[in-house]
Design a protein around this ligand. Structure first.
Ligand code: ATP
Ligand code: TZE
Ligand code: MG
Length: 287
């Protein structure tokens, strides 16, 4: 016979934990709105507009400052740094590396988006070098995280789009997190977040996000904003950011007619998210 304890049954404990994640997500979003952290973004040309608008809608303050000349003055002022290699050319790398070095020296968190990491040898090498500079968080799709973990190009690469489900990349993400010391996040139908030991899944979002370019870039930027206001708990902040972005897209989808209107309604919904909606909709649980 099972020994009697005063602990609540397992299902009840899980429900309590899920409620804790939702309350935490609301706390993170409210704090971003109150503090409006300044996020320096060195991101790709395709994503600049959506990334900046998503961050503004969430309450953060984005600045697309990527010239190497400005980094010594500007990077120390930022609360977090966002690096995205989407349209990487060799002349951008020194600025990225200097900004990361300055962020690290100033103990500011920084977040890496390894767009299309396995698409070419040049891109893979650059991503691995940046990963070696110890990002607080790295967020990619399944194929990008698997390419980083294997350290090899992907002969089947479809460029910026994923050929893998996020759930195919759980073990790669865990190992990558252990080896790199970074929080690793994998986007997809279930967004996975791991520190190498703990693994949680955020089950928010809509599949039509894949039909809007740079939604992955934008969720990584949102992670940077959430980590900026809770840097010592980057694992939790990452899960909150991914779930909140997903919730905004779910509400936006109710009003959307296709990708273009989803883009607009998702931004509006993120701007308008209230406590009750976040507590009701955030769906994060252990995996
Ligand atoms: N099948 C899906 N169902 C629900 N949400 C999804 C699905 N696939 C992706 N998403 C969501 O879409 C957003 C972008 O994730 P995705 O994996 O498409 O990023 P990405 O490939 O890096 O995108 P990009 O390179 O265009 O910026 C995330 O918020 C993710 O949760
Ligand atoms: C389409 C595209 N190409 C390089 S970066 C980018 C934006 C989505 O990652
Ligand atoms: Mg991407």
């Amino acid at each position: 016979m099972e020994e009697k304890t005063n602990d609540p049954p397992k299902q009840e404990q899980e429900n309590q934990q899920e409620g804790t994640w939702a309350r935490q997500a609301w706390a993170h979003l409210s704090t971003v709105r109150q503090q409006s952290p300044l996020i320096q973004c060195i991101t790709n040309f395709v994503s600049m507009d959506l990334v900046a608008n998503v961050m503004l809608a969430a309450g953060a303050s984005p600045a697309m400052i990527h010239s190497i000349e400005e980094i010594p003055d500007f990077t120390p002022k930022a609360h977090a740094l966002y690096i995205n290699v989407g349209t990487l050319t060799p002349d951008w790398l020194p600025a990225m590396k200097l900004a990361i070095q300055v962020a690290n020296e100033n103990k500011k968190p920084w977040v890496l988006d390894p767009v299309a990491a396995g698409a070419s040898g040049f891109r893979l090498k650059a991503c691995l070098e940046l990963l070696g500079m110890k990002p607080t968080v790295v967020r990619g799709n399944g194929s990008e995280i698997i390419a980083l973990f294997k350290g090899s190009e992907d002969s089947n690469s479809k460029g910026v789009d994923s050929m893998h489900e996020s759930t195919d990349a759980v073990e790669a993400a865990k190992s990558l997190a252990e080896v790199s010391g970074s929080i690793v996040a994998v986007s997809g139908a279930v967004d996975i977040v791991t520190d190498g030991q703990r693994v949680v899944g955020a089950k928010n979002g809509v599949s039509m996000l894949q039909k809007i370019t740079a939604t992955g870039c934008s969720v990584t930027a949102l992670i940077a904003a959430f980590v900026a206001i809770d840097p010592s708990r980057a694992f939790e902040a990452t899960a909150s950011a991914m779930s909140v972005f997903g919730v905004a897209s779910e509400i936006g989808m109710d009003m959307a007619k296709g990708p273009a209107s989803l883009r607009m309604h998702m931004i509006d919904s993120l701007y308008g998210l209230d406590r009750a909606t976040v507590l009701h909709r955030v769906n994060i649980s252990a995996i």
